[in-house]
Design a protein around this ligand. Structure first.
Ligand SMILES: *Cc1c(COP(=O)(O)O)cnc(C)c1O
Length: 234
């Protein structure tokens, strides 16, 4: 039952993302969809993967570990995990075992700690800097100045910084969201030039604003609620 609803939801989201990408004059495969599964259990998460969603995002490290364990126990097809919430330093070791793309590097301390652990584990971790383009106290992410300092210093061994992540803020109106996503892209362009780095990935856009994010240049959208319509509210 859930299974067929999930498949329909997934197809619809894929179609809408393709439509938005096409409308923005971009190549259809230039936007990756991360299914945000923090709302559902491991079994439903696995059903979503079986429906074709092979990039899965969690904001709580422990839930990511649990689900990765469940996938292993079920000998599921490998997926790419995405850690999209704040990563405490004492959760880095186990998280890196799941080989996630870390979207939420929000301090120099966390960046260093990820690097140290990555070197220990003999891996290279792909990560994004989470930025706060509005400089609102209430929002998460690095202030612009700190992001520039961090990039200027070069990432520690074991980490590859491949882009930026941002949130438009909950309940932001569409045109406001678009402006906020535009400013993330402009910040990326500035940082690339100032710091002589490449930041190809832009993780921005959620269920309510992914069209605006894609128009503004998102390469990764993080979609939760839309995938679980008809499942969560029963
Ligand atoms: C929950 C969450 C999402 C998904 O939000 P929806 O509105 O449910 O699509 C995306 N990004 C982050 C960081 C989240 O915590």
């Amino acid at each position: 039952m859930n299974d067929s609803i999930l498949r329909q939801n997934w197809r619809r989201v894929v179609d809408e993302v393709h439509e938005a990408t096409d409308k923005a004059g971009r190549k259809v495969d230039s936007v990756k969809i991360v299914g945000v599964t923090k709302y559902v259990d491991a079994e439903t998460t696995l059903e979503l993967a079986q429906a074709g969603c092979l990039n899965l995002g969690e904001n709580r490290p422990q839930l990511l570990w649990q689900k990765a364990d469940h996938f292993r126990e079920q000998s599921a097809e490998p997926v790419q995990w995405h850690l999209i919430g704040h990563l405490q330093r004492n959760k880095i070791r186990r998280s890196l075992h799941c080989n996630p793309l870390v979207h939420s590097v929000d301090s120099e301390r966390v960046l260093k700690a990820i690097g140290d652990e990555a070197v220990q584990q003999d891996r290279v971790v792909d990560a994004l800097l989470e930025v706060n383009v509005s400089d609102e106290e209430s929002k998460t992410g690095l202030p612009i100045k700190e992001a520039a300092q961090l990039l200027g210093g070069g990432p520690p061994a074991g980490v590859r910084l491949i882009g930026l992540m941002a949130m438009a803020g909950w309940g932001t109106a569409p045109d406001e969201a678009k402006r906020s996503f535009d400013s993330v892209r402009e910040l990326r362009d500035r940082l690339e030039e100032q710091c002589d780095v490449r930041l190809p990935e832009l993780s921005m856009g959620m269920s309510g604003d992914f069209q605006q994010a894609i128009e503004a240049g998102a390469t990764i959208v993080r979609i939760g609620t839309r995938l679980f319509e008809g499942i969560l509210d029963r």
